[in-house]
Design a protein around this ligand. Structure first.
Ligand code: ARG
Length: 472
């Protein structure tokens, strides 16, 4: 049987010349990565087209041969898109399938494509091509979420709520300030992803199996042709390097961790006890037993997903730990971890977007939850403005709080005379520090909860949105 007939029919293996017997079924089942790496087909074809051109530039292919390969690779792309490819049991991975189909279309010319190339430099190149798109799409989703958060924050400017530390009422803040606090964490994630995209955009192709390429392939030209900013500097490092996969999964884990924290706040705020937020019905579900229930399942799933995504991170890191230098087959598992992290994060980001866009902010409930004990810090600042050292002011207000508690009244109900016995600096103007809305406006320093500061934060997000638009 000719190579071409073989390629079309029963089996096609990229190796095996030195083999006398068949691979065991169990081994074949474990060895096959096609179900995971089929999604790299377009990247594999793109890299192969560029490699064919590099071979022609190195005079290892004629112009006609190169044209034939490039056109045939495009035909194979159609087959993938149309889902007309019949996979064979011997199709170990996406690279095998593409080569088998190419040889079926072009015969001996197709067999020249792998000259000087190894699946070791091929697969890592494909992964890097895929990663660029994955980062762009993740940034696109993050951008949509950030702009939905900024839109909510803008429309709710002036809405007050209790701000919590240790989940205990701490100080009055604006709802927008709270929401933007989560947006700031997600913005860091975007910066991390952009940095990773730039840092990892270095071409490994031309590293061969491990020793490099001896056939005069112009790697710098190849890098430019494939949109990479440079070429990897050490072939042995390049073929065994999956740190960029770890970095990507780490970025995904951080996003999911941030979504999980947002989800946790929203779960608490949407409980009847708080009632600060009403989730849209479309993002909740009922109970099979209790007819009244409306559970925040979407948010619980977001929170749980952080565990799933982070399990990919530890899985990937444990895969790398202990592998000797260069390529080892353990690395094949990179795809399942990487794709799982990407897919689950995409799902999570879509849910988070939907929740933020549709949630109803219960202004009245939030403002009803404000209580005079939360004025204590502002009262201390009041004394500071009267010249009292902060430590002493803190002590004085502590005594006021204690007194109020003993009497079962609010601090605002302690008569001025008694306040003055605790600290002579108290004056009648302490009454003005009882206005929550006025109090938040003191925090106008950069990053604070005053309206002017929040408007500044929103401006930052608008500018960042423009920056992100160019990257997505
Ligand atoms: N399917 C393999 C992977 O994803 C491709 C590289 C195979 N290389 C090898 N030397 N067997 O890692």
């Amino acid at each position: 049987m000719s190579q071409q007939q073989k390629a079309e029919s029963c089996s096609y293996q990229l190796w095996g010349g030195r083999y006398g017997s068949q691979t065991s079924e169990a081994m074949q089942a474990l060895n096959i990565s096609l179900p995971q790496d089929a999604r790299l087909y377009a990247d594999d074809l793109d890299a192969s087209k560029a490699y064919a051109e590099a071979l022609q530039r190195a005079q290892l292919l004629t112009e006609q041969e190169c044209d034939l390969l490039v056109k045939s690779l495009e035909l194979i792309r159609y087959d993938w898109i149309e889902r007309t490819i019949k996979f064979l049991p011997s199709d170990e991975d996406v690279h095998t399938v593409n080569e088998r189909l190419l040889v079926a279309l072009t015969g001996e010319v197709g067999q020249r494509l792998h000259t000087g190339r190894s699946r070791n430099d091929q697969v890592v190149t494909d992964m890097k091509l895929w990663l660029r798109k994955a980062i762009r799409e993740t940034l696109g989703r993050l951008r949509a979420l950030l702009s939905a958060m900024a839109a909510q924050a803008e429309s709710q400017l002036g809405v007050l709520m209790p701000g919590y530390t240790h989940l205990q009422r701490a100080q009055t803040v604006q709802f927008s300030h709270w929401l933007l606090s989560h947006a700031f964490a997600l913005r860091e994630d975007c910066l991390r992803l952009s940095e990773l995209r730039d840092r990892s955009n270095i071409l490994p192709l031309g590293s061969g199996a491990l020793a490099g390429n001896p056939l005069g392939i112009d790697r710098v030209w190849l890098a430019q042709r494939l949109g990479f900013a440079g070429v990897t500097g050490n072939s042995m490092h390049a073929v065994g390097d999956r740190d960029f996969v770890v970095d990507f999964i780490y970025c995904c884990s951080m996003v999911s961790l941030h979504l999980s924290r947002l989800a946790e706040d929203l779960i608490i705020y949407s409980s009847k006890e708080f009632d600060f937020i009403k989730l849209a019905e479309s993002f909740t579900s009922g109970s099979s037993l209790m007819p009244q229930k409306r559970n925040p399942d979407s948010l619980e799933l977001l929170r749980g997903m952080a565990g799933v995504i982070t399990s990919s991170l530890t899985g990937m890191m444990m895969t790398l730990k202990g592998t000797p230098s260069t390529y080892n087959k353990d690395l094949q598992f990179d795809k399942q971890y990487c794709f799982q992290a990407y897919d689950k994060l995409a799902q999570s980001l879509d849910i988070a977007l939907g929740v933020v866009q549709t949630m109803k902010v219960q202004r009245e409930q939030m403002e009803l939850a404000l209580s005079p004990d939360m004025l204590a810090t502002d009262w201390a600042y009041y004394l500071v403005r009267k010249g009292v050292p902060f430590r002493q002011a803190h002590q004085h207000i502590g005594r006021v709080v204690q007194l109020a508690e003993q009497r079962g009244v609010d601090i605002t109900e302690v008569p001025l005379g008694e306040l003055q016995q605790i600290c002579a600096a108290f004056g009648a103007d302490i009454a003005t520090v009882a206005d929550y809305a006025r109090n938040v406006e003191q925090y106008e320093c950069v990053g604070g909860t005053a309206s002017s500061s929040i408007l500044e934060q929103l401006r930052l997000f608008k500018n960042y949105d423009k920056e992100l638009r160019q990257q997505c």
